[in-house]
Design a protein around this ligand. Structure first.
Ligand code: TRP
Length: 363
């Protein structure tokens, strides 16, 4: 039997951090040995926290030549909420940001869960390889359940890490750029890949059907909301990538600062001010300490002015491109249809291989 899933989260994080540095080197020397799958839930519009936490990194990896798949995880929207919300608009909003950010839809396969039946069918054999005790121990699922308040655990919330395993393995991705909250899911995916090989065997190729995917840790949680707490759409404390320069200025005017006119970068004692300094620094590609030193005694007003300019400058090109993309009727639907067609072809092949490995091939 395997050691318990995430038996020691600290050790797992340390190992993944070390391994991520090795993988970065391997990418630099030969990107063709990797295939990336990653994705987002379409639960709202992407904001600058997503940009610096994940989107920028995905663009970097794709441009470095790593073959990339991107799932818009529409079925994950219904893990912890009752309705789907305006999911269609949100799917297209995500897609617009991906493309405007520089992910070339000819090279990067962008698709929606619900459009790829064979991917979803993989969940059935995968579920047979996982125990309910393992699923209940998953710390990320537990945290997500806690966030829903009094809501009972749905069977989909409990099992979605296995669905996410299908996202990763349908295209045999071996690399998943994620934040550390996703590490338990990656460990689950490796367990499934290994047990599939042990229990159901191999297709005619005599190789394991699935690779054991690894996490590539990206910096995450570096940008807080404008009130100094976690960025979240529901709190109205985010700057969305698609906002106009005016909307951005208005939001930043309301950002929380403090009464000390001397600007410093001190995240422990001055979280709100430091968060704004950090945001300016990220946009300007400078260190937060330097940005704070330059500001000196300008007070909250001077700080906000700098952040507003820095954000609007940094995202001007993205926003202009995004506006063009959104204005072109049919463009996003055509991009998604093409991504879904490519994802379906790969998922069908993988499912056929799985049928052969499981001796369920009756053709
Ligand atoms: N769970 C991820 C999130 O909440 C989104 C996601 C869905 C994903 N499928 C994935 C991430 C597969 C990495 C790999 O952001």
């Amino acid at each position: 039997m395997d050691a318990g899933l995430m038996a020691d989260p600290d050790a797992s994080l340390a190992r993944s951090t070390e391994r991520s540095a090795e993988i970065e080197k391997a990418i630099a020397s030969d990107p063709s040995q990797f295939r990336i799958l990653t994705g987002d839930r379409p639960t709202g519009n992407l904001h600058i926290g997503h940009w610096f936490g994940s989107l920028e990194n995905r663009v970097r990896l794709a441009h470095a030549g790593v073959e990339t798949f991107l799932v818009i995880a529409d079925y994950q929207v219904i893990t912890d909420r009752d309705g789907v919300g305006p999911v269609r608009d949100r799917v297209y909003s995500l897609l617009a940001d991906y493309v405007a950010a520089g992910l070339d839809p000819e090279k990067v396969t962008i698709f929606t869960h619900s459009s790829v039946p064979a991917l979803n069918q993989l969940m059935l054999p995968f579920l047979s390889l996982v125990t309910d005790a393992e699923l209940r121990r998953n710390p990320t699922v537990k945290a997500e359940l806690d966030d829903t308040g009094e809501r009972p655990m749905s069977a989909l919330l409990l099992t979605y890490p296995v669905h996410q395993t299908a996202d990763i393995l349908f295209c045999k991705a071996n690399l998943v750029p994620v934040g550390k909250d996703q590490l338990p899911h990656l460990e689950q995916a490796r367990v499934v890949a290994r047990r599939f090989d042990e229990r159901y065997g191999r297709s005619e190729a005599e190789q394991p059907v699935f690779p054991q995917p690894e996490a590539l840790l990206s910096r995450s949680g570096t940008v807080l909301g404008l009130d100094g707490t976690k960025m979240s759409k529901s709190k109205g404390n985010t700057i969305e990538l698609g906002m106009t320069a005016d909307e951005t200025a208005k939001l930043l005017k309301r950002a929380v600062t403090d009464s000390d006119r001397h600007i410093t970068y001190d995240p422990t004692n001055r979280p709100e001010v430091s968060n704004l300094v950090n945001l300016a620094a990220l946009c300007l590609d400078r260190s937060p300490a330097d940005v704070a030193a330059d500001l000196g005694d300008t007070g909250g007003g001077g700080l906000k002015k700098l952040v507003t300019e820095a954000v609007n400058e940094r995202f001007a090109e993205h926003r202009a491109l995004r506006a063009e993309i959104v204005a072109d009727p049919g463009l996003l639907a055509a991009i998604l249809a093409d991504g879904n067609r490519r994802a379906n072809a790969i998922a069908d092949d993988t499912l056929n291989e799985v049928r052969r490995a499981m001796n369920m091939d009756y053709s």
